[in-house]
Design a protein around this ligand. Structure first.
Ligand code: 6PG
Length: 476
């Protein structure tokens, strides 16, 4: 029997959709699930694709069915279960076989798994897959980390299943060990910021301007035709237009305002902090999810302090809808600039040589943050590969100049109205601090020197590193 080109373990929602996608693109695939009933169920529901699928009941049979060197996708719950699955598989594998973790793994775990296999003749790929259920089935964006040789073994299959942006496959090998999972983590950090900023604008419309979900949906529909064109705006339009089958009112109005999170957004913020790279919009988005989950405390506090007046706009000048659109665009630039800056630093620290234009390129379709905007980022980084930050590339600096005044007006009005807009505000103050040649950290340095004799550098370069407050000033 002709051997399968690839294997996949874990037939839950993401795994089974990915397996069907692989089969549909003409690749023979062997599948295995811990509970064999699930394998039967999956195989029976595969219809015409059955001929491309080899359902296996034992690990031995599964490994035997794949053409060596065997690429085996593990699509199960991230964390411990992945290590357990790898241990179960190992005794059956042989030289050159590649275990591929396609879950939302922490890239530090990926590096550790990769290293554990370093001195064996097996290898490991950490593969970020974005696009949810639909993406997995019809074309996700795929971020690969591992050795170049292992990438070559899977390149053809992965290229066949990835989303295509105007014909370009949204998959790439991004570097060694944890590179793929790191980039996926930052994708998710940006996803958090993007979603939070859209939610804040929704809050301005709902609470500051008294608009209904239907009205806001229509505005987002309009925006989706312009510079904000993106999957997240598109689905926001759709969810805001949906009717609750029970109350017959707006579906979104019936949903509890507590956001879940599985960790990738938080990891982005933590890694940004570890490297000393500001990712304030991402941090604000993670914190906003945390405060959202404190529903009881928020309700109790509202009883003490009352609701703000939410009067928006306060003496607002320009066309409000247009200004909100432009403000969201400016803030979005800030969040993406931060995400790319974190990746640039990680690339240096982990010696990955992450290709920025390629990352933007493979995010143009298939993934959750897909948008036309990412095509503009691709071309900005292609033209200015050494730019220190997205916002100083020639293309984006012009867009920033055009849109920041709107963000400033919107944030100012929202803050005056008592509307919480932490991600929009963070994007604005990131810009303000980033373009300020002379900041205020001179005072921080003086304070540090005063209480701890930490020393400072002088603007004139002279060799005096302490202030006239005397060393040991902490005893004052
Ligand atoms: C994707 C998504 C996906 C993630 C969900 C939920 O790129 O397809 O990022 O991987 O699991 O967005 O993440 P949270 O539960 O943390 O919101």
């Amino acid at each position: 029997m002709e051997k399968a080109e690839i294997g996949l373990i874990g037939l839950a929602v993401m795994g089974s959709n990915l397996a069907l996608n692989i089969a549909e693109k003409g690749n023979k695939i062997a599948v295995f699930n811990r509970t064999p009933e699930k394998t039967d169920e999956f195989y029976e529901s595969a219809g015409d694709l059955k001929k491309q699928i080899v359902p296996c009941k034992t690990i031995e049979e599964f490994v035997e069915a794949i053409r060596p060197p065997r690429p085996i996708i593990i699509m199960i719950k991230a964390g411990e279960p992945v290590d357990q699955q790898m241990e179960l598989l190992r005794p059956y594998l042989s030289k050159g076989d590649i275990m591929i973790d396609a879950g939302n793994a922490n890239f530090r775990d990926t590096i550790a798994r990769f290293d554990r296999l370093k001195d064996t003749d097996l290898t490991f790929i950490g593969m970020g897959v974005s696009g949810g259920e639909e993406g997995a089935r019809h074309g996700p964006s795929i971020m690969v980390g591992g050795t170049e040789d292992s990438w070559k073994r899977v390149e053809k299959v992965l290229t066949s299943i990835a989303a295509k942006y105007k014909g370009d496959p949204c998959v790439a090998w991004l570097g060694n060990d944890g590179a793929g999972h790191f980039v996926k983590t930052i994708h998710n950090g940006i996803e958090y910021a993007d979603m939070q900023m859209i939610a804040e604008i929704y809050g301005i419309f709902r609470d500051g301007l008294g608009k209904s979900s239907t009205d806001i949906s229509k505005i987002f529909g309009q925006w989706n035709k312009g510079r904000l064109n993106s999957y997240l705006i598109e689905i926001s339009e759709k969810v805001l237009a949906a009717t609750d089958p029970i109350s017959k009112g707006s579906m979104v109005d019936m949903i509890l305002d507590k956001a879940g999170q599985k960790g990738t957004g938080k990891w982005s913020a933590i890694e940004a902090q570890n490297m000393g790279i500001p990712a304030t919009a991402i941090e604000a988005a993670v914190a906003a999810r945390s405060i959202s989950s404190m529903k009881g405390e928020r309700e109790a506090a509202e009883k003490i302090f009352g609701k703000p007046e939410y009067k928006f706009p306060i003496a607002y000048g320009p066309d409000l809808d247009k200004d909100l659109e432009l403000a969201l665009f400016a803030a979005k630039i800030g969040a993406y600039a931060q995400g790319f800056a974190v990746m640039a630093e990680a690339s240096r620290e982990f010696k990955w040589s992450l290709p920025m234009p390629t990352i933007a390129k493979i995010w143009r379709d298939g993934c959750i943050i897909r948008s036309q905007f990412l095509d503009e980022i691709t071309s900005a980084f292609t033209k200015a590969p050494d730019a220190a930050n997205l916002i100083v590339t020639p293309a984006f600096s012009e867009m920033v100049k055009e849109s920041i005044p709107a963000l400033r007006r919107v944030v100012t009005a929202a803050l005056q109205a008592g509307l919480p807009v932490p991600a929009l505000t963070s994007a604005l103050t990131y810009f303000d601090a980033y373009r300020q040649g002379r900041g205020t950290a001179n005072l921080i340095q003086a304070q540090r020197d005063f209480f701890g004799a930490h020393g400072f550098d002088r603007l004139d370069g002279k060799d005096f590193h302490h202030g006239p407050w005397g060393s040991g000033a902490a005893t004052f």
